[in-house]
Design a protein around this ligand. Structure first.
Ligand SMILES: [Zn+2]
Length: 512
């Protein structure tokens, strides 16, 4: 049961009033930024621009406010977007990938000349620069067509004929979007690389969020396209497919009995939004890398939840740029942004113990009351954390692909570190690590403790299924490591980490 709140009324009446955005800027914002639809007027700037230091971000870890440094982050976000827009119209995507946030890279923060935007870049495909963007638009039109067809209305665009089969199959998959075995890789192929847009739009539609919050369909579409575009498709792991996967997992958790009967529409909207945007503009390297290379984001966020802060500020930038919530009362919009931040910041894996201890304490005391908005928010944080690291709880065929992708990203970082004579980060050295070793450590020290507590909170068929896969996948990797060790002893060389025996692992039992 979803409780409803009219979007015209205040959704969060008791919210603290925050500093307004209309204060006089210390650093003028370029006119071309301000003149754009959804542009933000910024109140201040950070030390990166020579202004007085904002208060230490580390002192307000987890707390959210719109002070000067927040505004700077948004400013950076908008400048990046500006470059992107210009290039979109000039049809020069090569410039986009090399410019990135270049305007912010000057100043007193020397750092390694690595362009994170091209860190995992592939050779550019032939053809017009805007071809992929056009494909995305067409694909969305096809999606709208398929929705109309379902409702029996006449199609308005004959383009759907071109890939009717794929659209039909993708639509079929969405009918089972609550299945834990949902194959997001297949869905991404069937939607022509638009899994995040299509999945999120479908879930918004299914929950009736568009009507409930009177969302403008064009703005929602534009927002989702921008979100998907802001993920780096070159990243082996932290890309839009991962975001779509986390959103699908989040949906599975939102449907769990304890949550579905207590969450409000606002909770659901925030949960889905946070899942879709939680790794926005991820550079494909981790926080220690940003710190040791003196990246401007590390300086901006005082080495604290650097990536998560950036994901959140990027999401806020896109919300404002698209004007998705511009019809809501200002205070509600700001509250939405703050809650979104609180959810995204919870995905910082270095703060895992903090959240786990709090969760354990609540479960020991049995005092979680989902009628309480604060408690519901905490449960959403835990659900998002689970969704973010649920790869080892998926069926082997899916889990294995994710394991290989994340390892590829780690090793790529390690290679860059070696190339620039930096200390190689833990798990990033391909000489001393393997997919299996990394996975077993990750499952043992990170995933199992979290899902053990989640099982105490929500002991359902889905949870048992996840724990079942977790155990089987761990056994699968252990078996492979032993096999490789045996083969290595026999031949005197290391065995390749391929050809896994999936027969010993679950083969797609249903959970929906
Ligand atoms: Zn993530």
């Amino acid at each position: 049961m979803i409780s409803l709140s009219g979007p015209r009324r205040s959704l969060w009446g008791g919210a603290r009033r925050r500093k307004r955005m209309s204060q006089q800027p210390q650093r003028p914002v370029p006119k071309h930024v301000l003149s754009r639809r959804g542009a933000i007027s910024f109140s201040s700037s950070s030390s990166l621009f020579g202004a007085p230091d904002p208060r230490q971000l580390s002192e307000r870890r987890g707390a959210i406010s719109y002070d000067s440094s927040d505004q700077t982050a948004l400013y950076i976000r908008m400048l990046g977007a500006c470059v992107i827009f210009k290039q979109l119209f000039s049809r020069d995507v090569r410039v986009r990938s090399r410019v990135g946030f270049e305007p912010e890279r000057r100043g007193s923060h020397p750092y390694l000349p690595i362009d994170f935007r091209i860190l995992h870049s592939q050779p550019e495909p032939a053809g017009p620069a805007s071809a992929r963007k056009i494909r995305r638009l067409l694909s969305f039109q096809r999606y709208l067509h398929s929705s109309r067809s379902c409702r029996g209305s006449a199609p308005q665009n004959p383009l759907h004929i071109l890939d009717h089969d794929y659209t039909g199959q993708a639509k079929c998959m969405l009918e089972r979007v609550g299945s834990w075995n949902f194959d997001i890789f297949l869905f991404d192929r069937l939607t022509n690389g638009n899994s995040l847009i299509n999945l999120t739009f479908h879930l918004f539609n299914q929950y009736g969020l568009i009507e409930l919050f009177q969302l403008d369909m064009v703005k929602l579409h534009r927002f989702l396209v921008m979100v998907q575009e802001d993920y780096h498709q070159q990243n082996p792991y932290h890309n839009a497919v991962h975001a779509a996967d986390v959103t699908q997992a989040m949906y599975c958790y939102l449907r769990e009995p304890k949550l579905s009967k207590s969450l409000t529409s606002c909770d659901i909207l925030l949960g889905l939004l946070a899942a879709a945007t939680h790794d926005l503009d991820h550079p494909g390297v981790n926080q220690p890398f940003l710190i040791k290379t003196n990246h401007y984001l590390a300086a901006l966020y005082r080495n604290t939840s650097v990536l998560e802060n950036h994901h959140w500020r990027s999401a806020v930038g896109l919300l404002r740029e698209s004007g998705l919530f511009s019809h809501l009362p200002t205070e509600d919009g700001l509250n939405m942004e703050r809650q979104l931040g609180s959810l995204i910041l919870a995905t910082d894996i270095s703060r895992q113990n903090e959240y786990l201890l709090k969760f354990r304490e609540h479960l020991d005391k049995e005092d979680l009351c989902l009628g309480n908005a604060g408690h519901r928010h905490f449960v959403l944080q835990m659900a998002l954390k689970c969704a973010d690291i649920c790869n080892p709880c998926r069926p082997w065929e899916l889990s294995k692909q994710w394991s290989e992708k994340v390892t590829q990203e780690f090793f790529h970082q390690g290679d860059v570190e070696k190339k620039h004579k930096l200390e190689v980060s833990p798990l990033c050295d391909s000489q001393t690590n393997s997919v299996g070793k990394i996975q077993i450590g990750f499952m043992t020290y990170v995933v199992e403790p979290l899902f053990a507590e989640w099982a105490r909170f929500s002991d359902t068929r889905l949870t048992q299924t996840m724990l079942g896969y977790l155990g089987l996948n761990k056994a699968g990797w252990s078996g492979l490591l032993q096999e490789q060790a045996g083969a290595g002893e026999g031949t005197g060389t290391a065995a390749p980490a391929e050809d896994t025996n999936s027969k010993v692992l679950p083969q797609g039992s249903e959970e929906s």
